[in-house]
Design a protein around this ligand. Structure first.
Ligand SMILES: [Fe+2]
Length: 288
């Protein structure tokens, strides 16, 4: 099973530039062409949030237009730049959740079950996982205790080391009175995962950089954006800034035969680069 992960599109209505600088519409068109050229084609495509930039219908209309050529099934979750009602209204098939609630759901059509978690705290940059959302996850995982499962969510439950982004991580839920999520590692999510053995990976967006770690024993990936990237600045007072490092998607491979190594993730750069060049000449000799 091959999963293509596309994240942090930040599409603006009427193809306006994001932050006055980034042509995110063209970036998404390039990402769609990149995915369509993959051979083999992905079994499913997961969009991990920040679909729009301010979360209005005009943005999602343009996203729908650009995504029209996709031939693989695809699913979405919201990011902090999205708004639930407008996103769900635009993409009801890609977000099989009940209207008016959290946009989280399970997809059980593939060898690896997929669970979408909604970390959006509308109007804020940071994410939240309240008791309602975590209870739902706990129940979903309990339904299929032996089934390998992948969680996809926008805000990663980690400290990235990029200070201004860590201020926008999963923070305690102060509005809904739910189970607090601690400031270090989203303890509520960790507590749910500790009750189940089926989660083989967590994939996220939000940080606009490729990041990999083991989180509470579960492999966790943050995908780079298909548009702009956050500067990899690890100084305490590093300013919030982006750059135009190569955009990319992540390709996650899963097969029962791969149990020894779990989920396998490749970074796939979007764009035109020199090559391919052969290693060997026509006689089979390594080119020196
Ligand atoms: Fe983003």
């Amino acid at each position: 099973m091959l999963i293509a992960q596309i994240t942090d599109l930040h599409i603006r209505a009427d193809r306006q530039l994001a932050y006055g600088q980034v042509d995110t519409a063209t970036a998404l068109e390039n990402a769609v062409a990149h995915v369509q050229a993959l051979d083999p084609a992905p079994d499913v495509i997961l969009f991990t949030g920040d679909i729009g930039d301010i979360g209005i219908a005009g943005e999602y209309d343009l996203v729908a237009e650009i995504l029209a050529p996709l031939s693989s099934p695809w699913y979405m979750i919201p990011g902090n730049h999205d708004r639930r009602v407008a996103l769900h209204r635009a993409f009801p098939r890609a977000i099989p959740a009940q209207a008016g609630g959290f946009l989280q759901y399970a997809v059980r059509d593939f060898p690896l079950h997929l669970i979408a978690l909604d970390t959006l705290h509308e109007g804020f940059g940071h994410g939240v996982l309240c008791a309602e959302r975590l209870t739902w996850l706990d129940r979903e995982l309990a339904r299929h205790p032996d089934q390998p499962t992948l969680i996809f969510m926008h805000h990663p439950p980690i400290i990235s080391g990029i200070n201004h982004m860590d201020g926008l991580r999963l923070l305690p839920d102060t509005n809904r009175g739910g189970t607090p999520v601690d400031e270090i590692g989203a303890a509520g999510l960790a507590a749910v995962l500790a009750r189940h053995r089926s989660v083989v990976g967590i994939i996220c967006g939000h940080i606009h950089r490729p990041i990999h770690c083991l989180w509470h024993g579960v492999p966790l990936c943050v995908a780079p954006s298909v548009a702009h990237q956050v500067v990899g600045d690890f100084r305490k007072n590093g300013p919030a800034a982006f750059n135009l490092e190569p955009p990319a998607i992540l390709l996650h491979f899963w097969s029962d035969a791969m149990h020894g190594q779990g989920l396998l993730t490749h970074t796939s750069y979007i764009g035109h680069y020199d090559g391919p060049y052969p290693f060997f000449d026509k006689t089979g000799k390594l080119i020196g």
